[in-house]
Design a protein around this ligand. Structure first.
Ligand code: F6R
Length: 243
């Protein structure tokens, strides 16, 4: 695990985008694991700028998002499919056929989990997995007590996470769906390389536990200590409780 600390959120996002762009240029057909959330917004904005100003080419990219809220259709403005369209997909030359987000409306969540895993396997696995971290230590929506070997499945969101994400739902945690489909911790650990980005004071305590504490299913991000090619990119505020 390599921890890289940048002075502020903007410099952290710049470095993350530069790293992702380098990976895209290195491999003609690259499979990206993508995250949503506030941390990713600036990173995607910089990647869009790179596409427009420098011709960064997304035509060879395949993508798999980590998660989707159960009960929200792709067209729902709060779905993660809508988030991806809004922040990245519609602004770059990625082929939408090659973009994947779990189906939050699937009738049979067990089959949907298996189908998603199979789609990832069919393209040869994920080359670069981008991650944020939740205040509960989740990666994807792997809330506390997610098995370290877990695969794509449905998971209940903790009240803390529903509060953390309430802003998008008019500030009301009750309006945040209570379940989500998420790649498992085991799925994430199979990516060939991982880049986790954390910004701000609110992530400092959980980040220190994930990076320096014991590996535990109570903090899913701590499982990243097992990965041989995992970079943690943080601003000074998020790094403030690292020893
Ligand atoms: C989103 C996801 C989550 C977020 C995490 C941090 O697809 O998988 O794990 O990365 O909740 O969210 P922000 O960036 O909003 O603090």
């Amino acid at each position: 695990m390599e921890v890289i600390i940048r002075p502020d959120a903007e410099k952290t996002a710049q470095l993350a985008a530069t790293f992702i762009a380098r990976k895209i240029k290195e491999k003609q057909k690259i499979v990206l694991g993508l995250a949503t959330g506030r941390t990713m917004e600036r990173i995607y904005a910089i990647l869009v700028q790179m596409h427009k100003n420098e011709g960064l080419d997304f035509s060879g990219c395949h993508s798999f998002n980590l998660d989707e809220y159960i009960g929200l259709s792709a067209e729902d403005p709060n779905s993660y499919r809508s988030y991806m369209d809004y922040h990245l997909f519609r602004h770059v030359n990625i082929d939408l056929k090659n973009t994947h987000v779990p189906n939050g409306m699937a009738q049979d969540v067990h089959s949907e989990g298996k189908r998603y895993e199979e789609e990832i396997r069919k393209v040869g696995g994920i080359d670069l997995q981008l991650l944020g971290i939740g205040e509960t230590g989740h990666i994807g929506f792997n809330e506390p007590l997610s098995a370290l070997m877990s695969r794509t499945r449905d998971k209940s969101l903790t009240p803390h996470t529903r509060r953390q994400n309430a802003e998008m739902f008019g500030g009301d945690p009750e309006k945040v769906p209570s379940r989500a489909m998420t790649m498992g911790v085991g799925t994430i650990l199979e990516a060939r390389s991982i880049l986790l980005v954390a910004l701000g004071e609110s992530k400092a305590s959980i980040l220190a536990k994930a990076v320096e504490g014991p590996i535990t299913s109570m903090i899913s991000a701590s499982a990243l200590q097992l990965h041989s090619a995992c970079r943690i990119l943080v601003d000074e505020a998020a790094a403030s409780q690292l020893s």
